[in-house]
Design a protein around this ligand. Structure first.
Ligand SMILES: *[C@@H]1O[C@H](CO)[C@@H](O)[C@H](O)[C@H]1NC(C)=O
Ligand SMILES: *[C@@H]1O[C@H](CO)[C@@H](O)[C@H](O)[C@H]1NC(C)=O
Ligand SMILES: *[C@@H]1O[C@H](CO)[C@@H](O)[C@H](O)[C@H]1NC(C)=O
Length: 477
């Protein structure tokens, strides 16, 4: 009797664990100066039991690395392509042929969804993609159907949670934003009729970041917050309240049962006072435990499909929304873990498995040369470096903000030197720079050695980083 019970228990724990591992997906973005090779990332996912990945494009070199792995892949289409794909069905057909059909041979890639656009209705886009998104989705789905993949691969679009709102802060008052009401109703009804899911991105961190009076505990899912009541339901965290606001909006649009997938959620580890590994662990512990429990939200109990954001830090992301943007990775840029996490929802002190076989540049750092006593040229050089490399760990509340003045200058110099592959010219800085072998990292501030470039480095200077780097610079000296 005792043995039978033990066996049953062991069997069911195993089954649940397997299911849970398959339920968690991650977003893998590539806005980095140096990207890990796809083969290393695929192994990193497998080693950590992650079998779903969401991409932001359909880059052939990346997508084909998933062939034969069984990993479910969501392909992405950037917003800038929406016009072309909505205007011209032949372009949609070409997209499907070139980016889907070619990967669907026996032993090929397990493509699950095509995410058409990314947060196209975001308020800050001023309606730029409102007219083209749904026609583009329909064209992609039609092309998928014509190619014979329509039943297995669904077109959808990931939306920011700003497409719905609630005037009174309770979910039941929720509805779609008034400026996009008609298009949202058309979209969700079409998704429903096509058996496509709605992907929504929900970030308790951003609520906390934007609203200084937001109650900290309500951003986490460990039951420590003061709950709010809504029509007999109890909410003790922002994630549930936010998702149920969407479900109320869907009810009002006549599609209460539309399948929802969380396209992005996560917590950054640097670039803001509330962005650190400790709070990230608190968020993920509560969130993953909730997903593993299959409890769902008060309004929609049951299991939930989610994609975490994100897998790796991306040092070339725009910092217009905030300096934390480059620190969303569960892993560092090089696939090194930042905090203990268990993707099956167990609270753990164990680090996840690190990326294997990563090739680094030599152990060399560029720092301020202390022999130079005249520092008048330091500011200009820091500005130059931070315009072209990632200095977001230097701003107030970040991991390197406690460095002294020379430490901060050295940090900026080193970031530039690593971004430019440790080239000799990248550590001159009017004679203020010098290379050293000893690691200048402190307990909290990590001076990286960059990984070897995969040869696909993106161009670096953009309008946004120019404007934002001035802020970094001001905060620095
Ligand atoms: C296929 O996807 C790639 C990468 O996202 C893109 O550059 C290319 O234009 C797409 N092909 C077509 C025919 O649109
Ligand atoms: C949206 O409008 C604002 C204010 O007019 C402007 O600053 C911003 O650049 C616009 N954004 C886009 C993507 O057009
Ligand atoms: C420091 O360097 C600047 C720029 O080279 C120069 O103009 C200035 O005279 C120097 N100051 C001293 C005290 O040497």
């Amino acid at each position: 009797m005792v043995r039978a019970t033990a066996f049953l228990w062991a069997c069911c724990v195993f089954m649940v664990t397997t299911n849970v591992a398959q339920g968690i997906g991650v977003n893998w973005g590539s806005q980095s100066s140096h990207n890990l090779p796809p083969s290393i990332v695929v192994q990193l996912l497998k080693d950590n039991g992650i079998y779903k990945v969401k991409l932001f494009d359909a880059d052939d070199w990346t997508v084909k690395a998933f062939a034969g792995t069984g990993i479910e892949v969501v392909l992405g289409i950037p917003n800038t392509e929406l016009q072309r794909l909505s205007d011209n069905y032949n372009e949609a057909k070409r997209w499907v042929k070139e980016n889907v059909t070619r990967h669907l041979y026996n032993g090929g890639v397990n493509i699950k969804f095509v995410a058409v656009g990314n947060e196209p209705f975001l308020k800050s886009y001023n309606g730029s993609y409102v007219k083209t998104t749904l026609p583009a989705i329909k064209n992609i789905q039609k092309a998928l159907a014509e190619a014979g993949h329509g039943d297995n691969i669904k077109a959808c679009t990931p939306l920011n949670a700003d497409v719905y709102e609630s005037n009174s802060a309770v979910p039941s008052d929720g509805n779609f934003r008034s400026d996009i009401m008609d298009i949202m109703v058309d979209l969700v009804r079409w998704l429903d009729s096509n058996n496509s899911p709605l992907l929504v991105n929900i970030y308790p961190f951003l609520s906390l970041y934007k609203d200084k009076s937001f109650p900290l505990d309500f951003a986490f899912l460990d039951g420590k917050a003061k709950p709010i009541q809504d029509k007999g339901l109890t909410y003790d965290n922002m994630f549930d309240a936010n998702l149920d606001t969407l479900i109320w909006s869907l009810k009002k649009a006549g599609v209460p049962n539309l399948k929802i997938i969380v396209g992005e959620t996560g917590w950054p580890t640097d670039g803001d006072t509330n962005a650190n590994p400790k709070l990230a662990k608190r968020f993920y512990d509560g969130f993953l435990q909730k997903i593993a429990s299959g409890k769902g939200t008060p309004l929609r109990p049951g299991s939930m499909e989610v994609y975490l954001f994100g897998l790796l830090d991306e040092d070339m992301k725009s910092i217009a929304p905030g300096f934390f943007e480059r620190h969303w990775g569960i892993f560092r840029f090089d696939g090194h873990p930042k905090f203990a996490i268990d993707f099956t929802g167990k609270i753990t002190d164990r680090m996840p498995v690190a990326a294997k076989g990563v090739q680094y540049l030599p152990s060399l750092y560029c720092v301020y040369n202390r022999d130079v006593k005249n520092m008048s040229l330091a500011q200009g050089n820091v500005d130059y470096a931070c315009l072209r490399a990632d200095c977001s760990a230097l701003v107030d509340g970040s991991s390197c903000d406690k460095l002294d003045e020379i430490g901060k200058i050295s940090y900026a110099f080193n970031m530039y030197y690593q971004t430019y592959d440790q080239s000799v010219e990248a550590c001159i800085f009017n004679g203020l720079g010098t290379t050293i072998l000893a690691d200048p990292s402190t307990d909290t501030c990590f001076f990286p050695i960059q990984i070897q470039s995969d040869g696909t480095r993106i161009s670096i200077v953009s309008g946004v980083s120019v404007a934002a780097s001035v802020l970094v610079f001001l905060a620095l000296l």
